[in-house]
Design a protein around this ligand. Structure first.
Ligand code: INI
Length: 154
């Protein structure tokens, strides 16, 4: 039998920061609610969850890096919505936020999960923010919980 290592889905006793962008607030709020709900349902306590709001998705990596370096959090969850229809610079914002979040996680060794939607239109974003296609904020929270447990060997 191979040895298999995987993280539990138990958030109890861990501290989480959620970085959420205000741009496309209608969607971001649903993602934030999904993330908080998933953490609480997996036994995180409210006082162990801190929410940081930034103007747009482009600003998420800097905030995440600052928080990761404090070592006050076991994991960071990034949520936001980049919607192609609303800007010609969609590609830049979408690629910078994805790259930036990955970099922060690799540099600091704090898991930063990616709950930032990148969609062609508002309808696709709504589908992923608590309707037909689930809630990507909740999924990102679950990924963060799993990674914390895996990295800590619990
Ligand atoms: N920020 C988003 O979070 N989502 C978007 O869809 C978006 N669009 O479309 O422009 C967006 N732009 C703002 C950007 O993130 C920065 O806040 C801004 O460029 C200032 O640095």
């Amino acid at each position: 039998m191979p040895k298999i290592f995987e993280g539990k889905l138990l958030a109890k006793g861990f501290r989480f920061a959620i970085v959420v962008s205000r741009f496309n607030d209608f969607i971001s709020q649903r993602l934030l609610e999904g993330a908080v709900d998933a953490l609480l349902r997996h036994e995180a306590s409210e006082e162990d969850i801190s929410v940081y709001k930034v103007p747009g998705a482009f600003e998420i990596p800097l905030m995440a890096k600052k928080l990761a370096k404090t070592k006050n959090f076991d994991a960071i969850i990034a949520v936001g919505a980049v919607i192609r229809g609303s800007t010609p610079h969609f590609e830049y914002v979408a690629s910078e936020v994805a790259k930036g979040i990955a970099l922060v996680s690799l540099e600091t060794e704090v898991p930063v999960s990616f709950g930032v939607l990148t969609t062609d239109n508002l309808e696709q974003a709504i589908e992923r923010a608590g309707s037909k296609a689930g809630n990507k904020g909740a999924e990102a929270a679950m990924a963060a919980i799993e990674m914390v447990n895996l990295l800590k060997g619990s």
